[in-house]
Design a protein around this ligand. Sequence first.
Ligand code: SAH
Ligand code: SF4
Length: 415
Amino acid sequence: MDRGRECSILNPDVPADPSQLVHLDAGNPVLESTAVSRAPGKALFGLDADALASLMVAMGEPGFRGSQLAEAIYRQRVDDLGKITTLPRALRARLAADGWEVGCPRIAQVFTSVDGTERYLVQCAGADTAQAQTVETVWMPEGDDGEAGDGSEEDGAEKGATGKSWNRATICVSSQVGCAVNCQFCLTAKLGLQRNLSAGEIAGQVIAVLARHAVQVGRDRVNLVFMGMGEPFLNYDNFMGAVRLLVREVGLSPQRMTVSTSGIVPGIERFATEPAEVRPKLAISLNAPNDLIRQELMPINRKWNIKSLMDAVRQIKLRPRERVTFEYVLLGGVTDQPAHALEVARLVRRTGLPVKVNLIAWNPGPGITYSMPPPEAVEAFRATLAGEGIATYLRRPRGRDVFAACGQLKRTVEG
Ligand code: SAH
Ligand code: SF4
């Protein structure tokens, strides 16, 4: 069956023909999509300490007021200008009169899974309509094992939480509303690309969730995965802007962050030039054993095939103990055969890099006609890869009952 054609009918917003994906490259070299990035009105949230200091100086105030603002909105998570008591009352009033607000996104709706996972609809500031402006973020207490074996456990920077119902947690963050990449197995693809998120909207999801769970940065073990809605490397500047805010202003470690890409080669090449101080770890959505299958499942493969993808990945200068993760969605009967596992082993070994493979049993969604792999196939696939000497982990599906699992994010309000 020609799944590309089938899906383009189901999803008229998104071209199944990869030649039409060229529009993704318009504008800024090859990375910016054509979707308008609608930053909220005059939100302080999203500006870094330097930009806040410049704003203060422009208002005739001393530059250190910028650091006070950054401390209040990013570290203390104060969400109301009137409550930033380190600033003089008159200055707060002037800022408000000029139309400034803190503008951190807020959690508008919570869907709680039987397994403790929470899926949030996060409301961005300056919303026109509630639905158009919500994005999805997921909280997974105890994670989903996706972070196992990629070097993040060993950094020793943070100890387990005390007095909390969780020891460690993972927050899954969105980078766009919807997605243009049109992977045939993914529910987010059905939305098409609605818009890019600003850096503040991306980082703000994290702040809103940290506040909800009273996370103490530097003490509690929290991992971030940029694996929610959207393709981070098609919103590169805003994505990296968010990472810089999270590292420099919030105090999170980039070694506890992982960004996943469907294989946007110019994005990976640019990512390879980022300083280690602000570079998250990299995960590649491989999802298929060869170009033939991959281009059917992921039209983006016709623009950047597996070889060009692997060549780009090799440009990343890994930290000690860091590994590149390859994600692999097991689709029943399509990508879950033992022969596929042997092909995958060969592919990832040929990178010459320290790698690990995260297997994800496909999560179903309405309107997508693939099947879940039988548990025996999943185990056989895992065992074959492991037998080939590849570090292999099985990602636990979290929050499937509330549409919070991988590939299920679609602003589903019924839960
Ligand atoms: N756009 C980025 C990040 C978000 S998707 C990317 O594609 O990498 C995060 C992961 O979920 C990807 O590895 C993707 O292949 C996987 N995924 C998508 N739909 C899925 C589904 N229905 N079941 C399981 N995993 C899925
Ligand atoms: Fe977009 Fe990732 Fe879904 Fe592909 S898997 S459509 S890149 S969100």
